[in-house]
Design a protein around this ligand. Structure first.
Ligand SMILES: Nc1ncnc2c1ncn2[C@@H]1O[C@H](COP(=O)(O)OP(=O)(O)OP(=O)(O)O)[C@@H](O)[C@H]1O
Ligand SMILES: [Mg+2]
Length: 330
């Protein structure tokens, strides 16, 4: 469905330049849900914006790489084609529905517009479909609510409207960036259930970006842990949760309550600060905060490779043997 190879993105700030994503590669199978986690500034949003052609350029710049979506390279297709894909075959949900929705247009019109643009529907057909979509995302009295404006909806309801817009054209791929972060835990749970149901019904492939390991556990097949624009660990959720191999992943998991991991377990208990991308340490960027770091970690960045003795596709970037170190520390 999607094959990203060596995506590299830079940013300039005050006359300085940083490679905030030095070379990201991953692929996504049809129907797979990928959960991308990592602290603030790890490059989660920047990588998604680069894929969607929405990176602010300047100060950002895509420096290289490929992102093949159904045979087309998203990084080099013409802007017009990308616009056609966005909202059509690729649905997008961002964190803040108030900035993404147009305050002066009715909700009905905003759902109908992509259907008219991408699916060639008449206004009447699109509004009928919009009613179905609002009902599908769990908004009651849908026909009446079509003529209302975004401010007449609660935060959770607005996020549902955003989801209705994102799925309106039955996208093959849905990219969601912190779609539930602004919502309270109960509403967050409802939206997650809704997404899981829609994924089944529409056969969608999803990229779900979040701070929240609990959300990843609930919705993703595959987890990708990012730090300083790099993948520190990636693999099937069960394998990574059961035996993390990057100390960063381990730290994120430690910050959650043990046993049940409900949505809401946020990541903020790793000592130290996320790195300044304009002033990265040499070697493994997590080394300065890593209690298990070896001398080598401070001088040479570890490659991302298959974890020995784990399931295929469980990859980690670490010079040390975390399970052995944890065993010894016991
Ligand atoms: N407009 C910008 N100008 C300069 N640098 C930027 C800009 N936007 C992002 N960056 C840089 O890109 C890096 C990655 O940012 P990104 O927004 O992808 O982080 P994130 O993982 O999405 O974080 P969060 O969890 O806070 O959303 C940041 O560390 C920052 O240095
Ligand atoms: Mg972000």
């Amino acid at each position: 469905m999607l094959e990203i190879s060596d995506l590299s993105v830079g940013f300039s700030r005050e006359g300085r330049f940083a490679r905030v994503i030095p070379g990201l590669s991953y692929s996504l199978r049809r129907g797979e849900t990928l959960g991308i986690v990592g602290e603030s500034g790890s490059g989660k949003s920047v990588h998604a914006l680069a894929l969607l052609g929405l990176l602010p350029q300047p100060p950002g710049k895509v420096l290289g790489g490929q992102a093949i979506f159904r045979g087309e390279d998203l990084l080099t297709v013409p802007e017009a084609r990308l616009r056609e894909l966005r909202g059509g075959q690729i649905g997008v949900v961002f964190q803040d529905p108030m900035t993404a929705l147009n305050p002066v247009l009715t909700v009905g019109r905003q759902i109908a517009e992509p259907l008219m643009r991408h699916k060639g529907m008449t206004r009447r057909q699109a509004l009928d479909r919009a009613t179905d979509l609002l009902a599908l995302v769990g908004i009651r009295d849908a026909a009446r609510r079509l003529s209302q404006f975004p401010h007449e909806f609660s935060g959770g309801m607005r996020q549902r409207v955003m989801i209705a817009i994102a799925i309106s054209c039955e996208p093959a791929l849905l990219i969601a960036d912190e779609p539930t972060t602004a919502l309270d835990v109960t509403v967050q749970g409802q939206i997650l259930d809704l997404m899981a149901e829609l994924r089944e019904r529409l056969g969608m492939t999803m990229i779900w970006i979040t701070h929240d390991m609990g959300v990843v556990a609930g919705i993703a097949d595959t987890i990708q842990v990012m730090y300083a624009g790099r993948t520190m660990e990636r693999g099937p959720v069960e394998a990574v949760f059961a035996s993390p191999r990057s100390a960063y992943t381990w730290g994120l998991l430690q910050s959650l309550p043990h046993g049940a991991r409900p949505p809401g377990g946020r990541l903020h208990q790793i000592p130290g600060q996320p790195p300044d991308m304009f002033n990265l340490p040499p070697g493994d960027p997590f080394a300065p905060r890593n209690p298990f770091a070896t001398e080598r970690c401070h001088v040479e960045a570890p490659p991302l490779r298959q974890v020995e003795g784990s399931v295929p596709g469980h990859l980690a970037a670490a010079w040390y043997d975390l399970p052995a170190l944890l065993e010894r520390a016991r």
